[in-house]
Design a protein around this ligand. Structure first.
Ligand SMILES: C[S@@+](CC[C@H](N)C(=O)[O-])C[C@H]1O[C@@H](n2cnc3c(N)ncnc32)[C@H](O)[C@@H]1O
Length: 218
């Protein structure tokens, strides 16, 4: 997926993926990661996800990485949080108290920065990427993270004959193949059924499956 594709989506407010109330599966399963408060949590391809706020409310220090400055600004404005802007390397950073969003390309995040995180949360990041970019994404993330770093991954699966992504169809086999080389992977739960989403129904989807995984870097 080219950067322009996503920047245009933000520009035109075509952000059907955004969940104003956050994701219920995060709230249900986060405790299974046993991450203590104050852990540093990375949220790759974060958009303006409310889940960052929820993670901060659990006492975590949250860093999102996102291409669009519109997303970063709207996150802070909608949460009514103050922020300052600061240039760090390739990133235009929006820095709040508990949440920081680095605006730039996730692939530019240096390994030394990735090594600082104890945890990560991936909802609609892996599945936003076409197959040829997914491996590069997982390689970049996992080769930087320290041993023991633990993440929650939520995937989305459906019959790929019905529509093309994003979101792209990702199943258990894909997750095992991508992450298994680096990490212990546990399927914590699965949820069947189509989310309440007009834009997916309009594209012909009638059924889908979320997979919820714990990923522990070896
Ligand atoms: C499907 S959205 C999901 C956003 C968020 N995770 C959520 O749950 O609402 C994917 C996001 O990734 C961002 N994105 C895509 N490629 C990126 C990249 N290479 N680096 C940083 N952000 C990227 C897009 O701008 C978009 O906001």
């Amino acid at each position: 997926m080219k950067q322009d594709f996503w920047l245009e989506r933000w520009d035109k407010k075509q952000i059907g993926f955004h969940q104003p109330e956050g994701h219920p599966l995060l709230r249900e399963h986060w405790s299974q990661l046993s991450l203590v408060p104050n852990s540093r949590i990375l949220v790759p391809l974060c958009g303006k996800s409310r889940d960052m706020l929820w993670l901060a409310e659990q006492g975590h220090r949250v860093t999102g990485v996102e291409l669009s400055a519109i997303a970063a600004r709207e996150f802070f404005e909608e949460a009514e949080l103050t922020y300052r802007r600061q240039r760090v390397g390739a990133f235009d950073c929006f820095v709040g108290d508990q949440v920081e969003i680095r605006v730039g390309d996730f692939f530019d995040l240096p390994a030394a920065d990735l090594a600082r995180f104890e945890g990560f949360y991936d909802r609609a990041a892996l599945i936003a990427l076409p197959e040829d970019m997914r491996r590069a994404y997982v390689d970049h993330l996992m080769s930087g993270l320290r041993r023991g770093a633990t993440g929650l991954l939520i995937t989305f699966g459906y019959d790929p004959a019905i529509m093309d992504g994003p979101p792209f169809n990702v199943d258990d086999e894909d997750v095992g193949e991508l992450y298994g080389r680096y990490a212990h992977v546990d399927l914590l739960a699965e949820r069947r059924g189509l989310p309440d989403s007009d834009h997916l129904r309009e594209r012909g989807l009638t059924d889908a499956r979320d997979g919820i995984y714990r990923i522990v870097r070896r």
